[in-house]
Design a protein around this ligand. Structure first.
Ligand SMILES: *[C@@H]1O[C@H](CO)[C@@H](O)[C@H](O)[C@H]1NC(C)=O
Ligand SMILES: *[C@@H]1O[C@H](CO)[C@@H](O)[C@H](O)[C@H]1NC(C)=O
Ligand SMILES: *[C@@H]1O[C@H](CO)[C@@H](O)[C@H](O)[C@H]1NC(C)=O
Ligand SMILES: *[C@@H]1O[C@H](CO)[C@@H](O)[C@H](O)[C@H]1NC(C)=O
Ligand SMILES: *[C@@H]1O[C@H](CO)[C@@H](O)[C@H](O)[C@H]1NC(C)=O
Ligand SMILES: *[C@@H]1O[C@H](CO)[C@@H](O)[C@H](O)[C@H]1NC(C)=O
Length: 391
């Protein structure tokens, strides 16, 4: 195991132990945000699944095959996008919020509320058992504020300041298609709505939820697009297209993404003290499918692990995954590998074209005394040029 990985594992384990203690962890100078709050589905889920229903449980091998402590409920072989964002923010790995948590166990570095099979709509994923829709996740966040954080922060003013500097991730919507609209045998949405009004319905609901998040105190957030679902192994298996991807499904989710961008733009003009970023992951993942070798991928149409036939797209328990996870785009039929998650997180965090402005710029601009590292390089460069021209 490499040294950085060992340090991460240590931080993770430390966090699990700290979870039992009441102390707010001391602020670290290298942190870009005091906390990260995560909402969404299995793509954002940082594990520790509390749900007793077996279908949403991936706490088994080969999940977490490349994760320091093995399967934790993460729907990938290693780190999720949320994990990578936490690391880049300088935060320890966020743990999953449990309603059973007592107020003296409060953590002030954030929580994850993300839950597998969930969607924007409450009925999404319900064929697999009880899910925690985005609305339910926000209700849980509201009770965290009231029951836990208010005490930890000694009053509303301090808590508001904490929340306004914290970062929020919203990663939802894929399941409203995968485990709802596209499954007409289990859900009736495709009979009631055409594609166009279904996407409008989703975006209107999501807008309500984002407004709630704002009302609860969030000021800096990133909302992820739906990826090119028509290129995912689950859809390729069920539709068997002649082309590389199922274009009509990609068209469907692109319509959603377009409306999402428009809605967020409107929201930004209404909430001027908030920064809401749309993570344009559709084009990025689509590019990975189109030009896999430029990202080091050679396996893009099939999952890395062996997938079962229960309709969830999950890996079969105890079957070995593909030998080289780093050259595979998909881990199971609906989720990306750590290698792909790492590219997405890095581009959104300090790249361009995916998150505009990127997360680093968003978080460092509001912090007095924090200089963009580019500034240092420019300075060194200037000194060097000056030196060269002097001699
Ligand atoms: C999840 O599945 C694993 C393996 O089947 C099992 O050991 C574990 O108890 C399950 N966890 C929950 C919460 O159901
Ligand atoms: C909480 O705030 C009150 C004033 O608002 C102050 O008197 C008290 O000492 C604070 N407690 C802590 C633990 O900071
Ligand atoms: C569609 O399904 C939902 C529950 O999933 C149900 O409440 C609703 O009545 C159904 N609508 C129609 C028109 O069948
Ligand atoms: C969706 O649009 C179709 C066709 O325009 C219309 O018949 C239907 O009533 C609409 N459904 C909803 C839920 O708005
Ligand atoms: C949060 O919960 C409180 C108490 O249950 C409620 O009054 C308030 O409306 C909720 N806030 C939001 C934004 O949902
Ligand atoms: C796979 O990628 C991870 C980063 O995601 C890296 O740490 C590891 O060394 C890579 N493994 C191989 C065999 O290239």
């Amino acid at each position: 195991m490499s040294l950085p990985l060992m340090i991460l594992c240590f931080l993770f384990l430390e966090q699990l132990f700290l979870a039992g203690l009441s102390q707010a962890s001391p602020p670290s100078l290298s942190r870009l945000a005091p906390a990260l709050y995560i909402f969404g589905d299995s793509r954002a889920d940082t594990g520790v699944c509390e749900d007793p229903t077996t279908l949403s449980n991936v706490t088994y091998d080969p999940y977490g095959f490349d994760f320091c402590i093995g399967p934790t409920g993460r729907f990938t072989n290693g780190f999720t996008i949320s994990d990578f964002l936490e690391i880049m923010l300088g935060l320890p790995i966020t743990i999953h919020y449990s309603p059973k948590m007592e107020s003296d166990e409060t953590l002030t570095i954030g929580y994850s509320y993300a839950s597998a099979y969930s969607g924007i709509l409450p009925e999404t994923g319900s064929a697999f058992g009880e899910t925690s829709s985005l609305e339910k996740q926000l209700t849980m966040f509201n009770s965290t504020l009231r029951n836990n954080l208010l005490k930890a922060f000694n009053g509303t003013a301090e808590l508001s300041a904490h929340l306004s500097q914290s970062f929020f991730v919203v990663f939802i919507g894929t399941n409203d298609y995968a485990y709802n609209y596209l499954q007409s045998s289990n859900y009736n949405t495709s009979k009631i709505c055409n594609q166009d009004n279904f996407s409008s319905h989703l975006v209107i609901e999501l807008e309500k939820q984002l407004k709630t998040l704002y009302e609860l105190g969030a000021r800096k957030m990133v909302v992820f697009e739906i990826g090119p679902l028509g290129c995912y192994p689950a859809i390729l298996k069920s539709h068997k297209p002649e082309t590389k991807c199922v274009d009509e499904i990609n068209q469907m989710v692109s319509t959603f993404n377009l409306k999402l961008a428009h809605m967020v733009k409107t929201l930004r003009s209404m909430q001027r003290d908030a920064t809401i970023i749309v993570a344009k992951t559709y084009s990025l993942i689509f590019d990975m499918v189109e030009r896999p070798s430029s990202y080091g991928f050679s396996r893009i149409r099939v999952a890395c692990c062996l997938v079962g036939h229960d309709g969830t797209g999950r890996c079969i328990q105890d079957e070995n995954p593909c030998p080289n996870r780093n050259t595979s785009l998909f881990w199971d039929d609906y989720h990306l590998t750590e290698a792909a998650n790492s590219v997405i997180a890095a581009k959104c965090f300090h790249g361009s074209g995916v998150c505009t402005p990127n997360i680093y710029t968003t978080l460092s601009s509001g912090q007095p005394g924090r200089r963009n590292p580019c500034f240092i390089y420019l300075l060194l460069f200037a000194v060097m040029i000056a030196g060269v021209s002097y001699f």
